[in-house]
Design a protein around this ligand. Structure first.
Ligand code: GMT
Length: 377
């Protein structure tokens, strides 16, 4: 079968949608396809030199006439040029706004009939879809695409009811790089971080946006801490970080909550962790849960969005209702105090990644779609 030339449009900085776009691009490149990233900067997980991976930077000059430099138009221009210069077979756009719209415009500028796939990641529907102006924009992006995918069944349903597109939407689950995320030896990391060997570790990894409800995690940890010797490790950075540091201080938990900032050694951090917390109010999938599972860390997570498609209550973790910090603490204590139960949950977490979210299977699903949209099957 002919190898494909694919244009990938995504947010290149930290964030689940960029991670999925990049990992998929890398896997497709390994399968011999030419992957052309068209982004504002090199996606953070794309190595400088890698066979079959190309990077086309979108540049925009800040002319005085613009209050807001029109990135969407600059992106469309770059897409049009790459379609023409590289002879692309299709475009794969991650996150509807503005990428799906820029793709439609770029394709039109190039006077091309190239196929477009848009992958919805969550907030492009669950937050932007509530804004009447953006709702129409998201619908336009979906209906201009030849195929739209959603990262969970929950997001597919939300899109159908909120956006009411004409086109069909197909669910394709996210996956992680199993070679990177696996049980590893963390060396002396636990003691290096000032955590005693006999202390339990609860981990949360995110971009510290309000949607992640880190305040709930701290409140729940406070309840756990009364009965269990444990530390809470908060990894990442973002708009709520300072507020959360202040909350930790007010709650008298400064010594028990470790703010690590952004880290690259996630498998090692997960290797020292006993439980992951994700108590978000919106989450289309919760990629970080899979990263934790792949390292053998069960989760306590909210019963919202796509999370129940990843966390099977009482098997690889526990589901709690949004804001129920008492239930989260109670379930976490059960896991932390019962090594037998913890062992079973750990095995089941590893199995979830191997069976339900196997990268090889999911990449093949995308590849099938690529051939279909490129008109080759
Ligand atoms: O919410 C984030 O952490 C970032 C956001 C993004 O756009 O990158 O994540 C969304 O896409 C991820 C990858 O598909 C999903 O795992 C997240 O659940 C989703 N976030 C939300 O729905 C809030």
């Amino acid at each position: 079968m002919k190898k494909l030339k694919v244009g990938i449009i995504c947010y290149p900085t930290v964030g689940g949608s960029g991670v999925v776009a990049t990992e998929l691009g890398l896997k497709m490149a390994e399968r011999g396809h030419e992957m052309h990233f068209i982004t504002s900067s090199r996606p953070f997980r794309v190595p400088d030199v890698q066979p079959n991976i190309y990077f086309h930077e979108v540049k925009i000059d800040g002319y005085a006439v613009f209050k807001y430099p029109p990135y969407d138009i600059a992106l469309a221009n770059r897409i049009a040029r790459v379609i023409e210069e590289e002879g692309l077979d299709l475009l794969h756009v991650h996150y509807a706004v503005p990428h799906a719209i820029s793709a439609a415009l770029g394709k039109d500028m190039a006077n091309s009939d190239i196929g477009v796939i848009t992958t919805l990641h969550g907030t492009d529907v669950t937050i932007l879809g509530h804004d009447p102006a953006l709702k129409n924009t998201v619908r336009y992006g979906i209906d201009k695409s030849d195929m739209t995918t959603a990262v969970s069944e929950s997001l597919r349903q939300d899109t159908l009811s909120l956006i009411e597109p004409q086109n069909e939407i197909k669910t394709i689950y996210n996956f992680i790089d199993e070679e990177k995320y696996r049980p590893v030896n963390p060396g002396s990391l636990k003691t290096d971080m000032g955590i005693r060997e006999d202390e339990k570790v609860i981990i949360h990894i995110s971009n510290f946006r309000s949607v992640k409800r880190i305040g709930d995690i701290i409140d729940s940890f406070k309840l756990i801490r009364k009965e269990v010797d444990a530390k809470l490790v908060l990894v990442g950075t973002g708009p709520e970080k300072l507020e959360m540091m202040e909350k930790a201080r007010k709650e008298g938990l400064v010594k028990d909550i470790i703010f690590t900032g952004k880290r690259d050694d996630l498998p090692e951090l997960l290797a020292i962790s006993d439980v992951m917390f994700l108590l978000s109010e919106k989450e289309a999938f919760g990629l970080v849960l899979l990263e934790g599972f792949a390292c053998g860390v069960p989760a306590i997570a909210t019963n919202i969005g796509g999370i129940p498609e990843v966390v099977e209550d009482g098997t690889n973790g526990f589901l709690v209702e949004l804001g129920d910090v008492e239930a989260a603490a109670m379930k976490a204590k059960m896991l932390l105090e019962d090594p037998f139960m913890h062992g079973n949950f750990r095995e089941s977490a590893l199995r979830t990644v191997r069976d339900k979210f196997n990268s090889a299977t999911i990449v093949l699903e995308y590849e099938k779609l690529y051939y279909r949209v490129a008109g080759l099957k």
